[in-house]
Design a protein around this ligand. Sequence first.
Ligand code: PMP
Length: 491
Amino acid sequence: MSAATIAVENTTMGTPAREYQAWNVEAIRSHFAFVHAGRTVTNNAASTQPPRELLTLQHTLVGQYENVHRGQSSASMQTTRCFEAAYDDIARFVGAPSRNSIVAVRNTTEAHNAVMYSLMTEFRDGDNIVTTELEHNSNFVPWFALCNHILPKFRRHAMLRLGRCAPDSGELDLLHPASLIDDRTKLVCCGAVANFLGTKPPISAVRALAAASGYAQPNGERRSYLLVDGAQWVLGNAVDFGCLGADYLSFSFHKMLAPFGVGVLVANERLLESSLPFLYGGKMIGDGQVFADRVGFNALPWKYAAGTPHIIGTIVAAQALRLILDLALQGGQPHYFGSPRDNDRADVAAAMGRVADWNVRLVAQALERLAAIPGLTIYGPREAQRRSPLVAFDAQGHDPLDLARALNEAGGEARAGCHCAALAHRSLGIDASCRLSFYFYNTPAEVDRAVDALAAIVAVGSGALASPRERAHAQTRPRSAATPLHLSPAF
Ligand code: PMP
């Protein structure tokens, strides 16, 4: 084992994976405690469940517990090697050229804020940012705050422009961003998968619009930068940052098996070189480069790693990626997890392709069964291939929150509210919906269980409160684009 190998109890090294095992969801499930706890976990778009191995790994790492880049003990150096190897793993998993493109943060939200603070000083009076009304609040509120709260304090005025989605299909209306992006658009921000309507905006078309804008960036490039929110995308698809052609890609590990607390901003290395850091302090400055009158930044990726990082979380997050490969390709037989071998891009593509296929199967079944429940309104497209493994809906005569609570009593898990997709709800004239969401450890039987429970609740009759649609119709207040944004308690 190399120094960067993580000692994982009860794990033997497998032989190189030449052939993949047949998909075996029961073998996959045997790695998760929720199965034995009797839970039907169908709220995965919020967070997924951690497999046993990752929880064990957290404890195992305590044996070499030490800070990174800050000690000469064996424990410190071993932990540093594991931590640096985690950056390499993450880069390889998403097809980034090297660890220099990786910024470890707490979550997707922090990744967006990192971009906001990094670029803040570059905005010129009259610039604009284009995002869409499909976005999670984390890909809208930072840009709203930058344009409306922060830049005006420096006497600079930038405009936030919102691309529309077609209300019936939930698809991004591409003509609209095309009319919004111009030679004053510094940044275009778009999610690869929408967390309420489940749609997948055509990122390559959005990238082409950003590339053709003609905006004069300070580094001489004439185009808009593109940020892709990958929070609902990276978890279930083979992602290649190089092919994506984006400048920034964000995602959170708690949506892909790892425990809470770590996310990533993958970024164009040249931009990370030329931009200002987002946090300042120890370790983001170069050794011997701090003087009373000047400081020099550390080399990438540490320029963007101020202060003691989430060391154990980052190491465990990278191992979560390795475990996903093992679960999807070998039913969990260890090949990558705890091993020093590089995760092979072909295996990543195969594993994530298998995850995507299983997720499509689950959501197709959910869509078909939900469509048969009288009085249910399903939001977003009906074709499973056009959406992610989540379905939001509301039921006539039922408040979504009551629906989710009743589902919980009946043994299903759902999320009700606006799912932090406030703008998309608003554009449909509703304030809340109920959402079921699946991951590759779910079974068709679990989809049935959740839908059966829902059907039984809906069949019993009207809840005390009306559905969002009914409430919206009853409202006399006209809805307009100028309505101030109300952040619900769910935000
Ligand atoms: N973007 C999307 C599309 C999401 O679904 C989420 C989480 N629901 C986020 C961003 C924010 O993720 P986090 O809470 O991990 O910052």
